[in-house]
Design a protein around this ligand. Structure first.
Ligand code: ARG
Length: 265
């Protein structure tokens, strides 16, 4: 049984702009609808996994995106994030406290290296860690991760500011496939994805990517996401996946969807 950390959207809103999706959405979140959407995601996940909650903090609206709190890389061992933007930097201390209070060994990367947790670091079924840099996390964080984890870390360069975290454009699936959006990456990085997954890459179209299909939570056969085209659903079904669509409109105003609202513990 998987375990995820989530954070209720009690203080969620869009009141600053740190990614292109947030522009024009300040003050535009329907908070009642956001609460309902979050609760639906919670219920769907809770039927399939264990959910733990971190207390939301007033003034930290993006704390709902727990994927950015850190990277749990071993049982009870976590690297807590060092956020790029001042708006999110105070979250680090709250996530750090949560993990300390819950018996985790907490580490942070040295020397001001930016690292935004599981938003930029995703494991595939083979245990390889895929790391995204260029907008939020520093390339150097990948080197540090490899040193700490002692395993293979594959660094991918994110080339377009709309796909600012790796988990907006790359989603390794439990069946060994990966769902990915090529225009988010530099040419070399697209090559690395191809080389590693071969025929097992499901490339998202522009329209699907804009519906945040790569920001999916995969539990067993279930792929939980905002919305997918019939063609993508058919492709996923062919590979044994069952798509569950949940409206995440209010969180997409901040540039996030299902996966960002969870952190795998
Ligand atoms: N507004 C948040 C930010 O820009 C959204 C974070 C989404 N998280 C993610 N893992 N993609 O930081």
């Amino acid at each position: 049984m998987q375990t995820f950390l989530m954070c209720e959207p009690r203080h969620y809103e869009v009141n600053y702009v740190i990614n292109p999706w947030m522009a024009g959405n300040e003050g535009c979140v329907d908070k009642v609808l956001a609460a309902r959407q979050w609760q639906t995601l919670y219920d769907v996940l809770a039927a399939r996994a264990t959910i733990r909650l971190i207390e939301p903090v007033a003034g930290l609206p993006d704390m709902v995106f727990t994927a950015n709190g850190g990277l749990v890389y071993r049982d009870r061992e976590v690297i807590v994030s060092s956020f790029r933007h001042t708006e999110r930097q105070p979250e680090s201390q709250h996530f750090g406290k949560y993990f300390t209070d819950n018996g985790y060994r907490v580490r942070r990367l040295d020397g001001g290296v930016r690292f935004e947790g599981a938003g930029d670091a995703l494991y595939d079924v083979q245990g390889r860690l895929w790391f995204g840099y260029g907008h939020r996390s520093d390339a150097k964080a990948g080197v540090e991760l490899a040193r700490i984890l002692g395993g293979s870390v594959i660094a991918l360069e994110l080339a377009d500011p709309r796909w600012y975290h790796l988990d907006t454009a790359f989603c390794p699936l439990a069946n060994g496939h990966v769902l990915a959006y090529a225009p988010a990456f530099s040419r070399d990085s697209v090559g690395q994805i191809r080389a590693a997954f071969g025929e097992r890459v499901i490339w998202a179209t522009d329209a699907d990517a804009h519906n945040f299909v790569c920001n999916a939570v995969n539990i067993g056969a279930d792929v939980i996401l905002h919305r997918a085209s019939d063609a993508l659903k058919a492709a996923l079904y062919r590979h044994g996946c069952n798509v569950i669509e949940l409206d995440m409109s209010e969180f997409m105003k901040a540039g996030g969807s299902c996966k960002c609202l969870t952190l795998a513990l």
